[in-house]
Design a protein around this ligand. Structure first.
Ligand code: HEC
Ligand code: HEC
Ligand code: HEC
Ligand code: HEC
Length: 138
């Protein structure tokens, strides 16, 4: 009995320690369907934006090319799978699994309000559209 209690105590202390160390960097991508549950207003504006349709810009084998998927999908993994077609919430706000689970008062600290830089994908001096068109001609 004592042993069980001791183990339980170690477990509880261990998980408190882990909870303290949690940061958004440990979070996983959930996909827009989850964000939508609590953020319908933002979902609606996003749904009608070009970012919701970036995957549809790809043709043929481009839908399997990681060099295209990294900006035209969200949550791309090394094995080529991804969470959302298109540039969804977490492409700008970062992975949201811990934010979703967190208590209300901890939510803000587990999501990025000011987005991860637009310049990760956009460069005003590069037309990706022209690059894609030229690549397709070859
Ligand atoms: C269970 C409900 C819930 C889910 C699911 C959820 N959120 Fe939130 N989110 C909230 C609440 C509540 C707040 C407001 C927190 C506050 O004001 O303290 C919030 C705030 C935010 C903010 C603003 C943070 C700030 O500093 O003002 C962003 C950005 C955000 N959420 C993005 C997301 C994204 C992206 C997803 C999907 C991965 C998501 N949320 C999923 C409930 C949720
Ligand atoms: C670094 C991020 C990034 C990568 C990588 C990327 N794109 Fe894009 N793509 C963008 C951005 C941002 C735009 C919109 C602005 C522009 O045209 O420059 C865009 C626009 C496009 C458009 C025009 C869409 C429209 O509706 O007019 C096409 C087509 C396209 N990309 C195809 C591709 C293909 C094919 C690849 C892979 C060879 C690729 N992109 C790789 C970010 C990227
Ligand atoms: C292209 C990047 C981008 C995408 C995609 C995006 N957001 Fe945002 N989001 C922003 C910016 C920029 C702000 C404003 C930040 C500020 O003013 O501090 C913002 C603000 C927010 C806020 C704070 C409240 C508000 O409305 O200002 C919430 C909540 C939020 N986004 C949720 C979402 C959800 C949910 C999705 C997906 C359905 C999403 N965002 C998709 C860039 C993005
Ligand atoms: C993960 C990559 C990514 C991020 C981050 C991103 N974008 Fe985009 N954005 C794209 C792609 C790809 C397109 C092309 C959509 C299309 O035309 O099919 C696009 C399209 C746009 C368009 C429409 C352009 C047009 O020609 O009509 C605007 C405006 C825009 N983005 C603004 C922003 C802003 C502002 C931010 C930062 C808050 C941002 N984007 C962050 C990938 C991204």
């Amino acid at each position: 009995m004592k042993k069980v209690l001791l183990l339980a105590a170690v477990f509880v202390v261990g998980s408190i320690g882990m909870a303290r160390a949690e940061s958004q960097a440990d979070a996983e991508f959930l996909g827009v369907a989850k964000c939508k549950m609590c953020h319908m207003k933002q979902f609606k504006t996003w749904e009608n934006s070009k970012h919701a349709k970036t995957f549809e810009a790809l043709q043929g084998d481009e839908v399997k090319n990681p060099d295209c998927l990294k900006c035209h999908t969200t949550g791309l993994k090394a094995d080529g799978t991804f969470v959302d077609k298109g540039t969804s919430c977490e492409a700008c706000h970062g992975a949201g699994s811990l934010h979703m689970k967190a208590k209300k008062e901890d939510k803000k600290s587990l999501i990025t309000r000011k987005p991860i830089s637009c310049a990760n994908c956009h460069n005003p001096h590069i037309s990706r559209k022209m690059m894609a068109e030229e690549m397709r001609k070859k």
